[in-house]
Design a protein around this ligand. Structure first.
Ligand code: FES
Length: 100
């Protein structure tokens, strides 16, 4: 697994989603309850952007057709055959490192 990008840890605010593009990947980074998530900015259902989806208790709801995805596993709670790509995200000193 290789490093895709790094960002300052304090640039990610609680309950805010930000999109980062690196090496052909469009990745949403989100922080909720001091947990950081990184996931593909594309809903597996119809490949619409996910970054405006509502996130609660580690589950995102797609704003387009309301599919829900667990942000730890990527598994859909709506359609078992649908899986969101999750990226590994890790805190290192004052930075967050996203691997793809
Ligand atoms: S594009 Fe996300 S649920 Fe349809």
């Amino acid at each position: 697994m290789k490093e895709l990008f790094r960002i300052a840890i304090d640039s990610v605010k609680e309950k805010e989603s930000q999109v980062f593009c690196a090496e052909g990947h469009s990745v949403v980074v989100h922080k909720e309850e001091d947990v950081y998530y990184a996931f593909e900015n594309s809903c597996p259902h119809k490949q619409m952007e996910l970054h405006e989806g509502q996130i609660k208790n580690g589950v995102i709801t797609c704003p387009w057709h309301r599919f829900r995805y667990d942000l730890q596993s990527g598994l859909s709670l709506t359609n078992k055959q649908s899986e969101l790509k999750i990226y590994r995200i890790q805190a290192e000193a004052e930075q967050l490192v996203v691997y793809g």
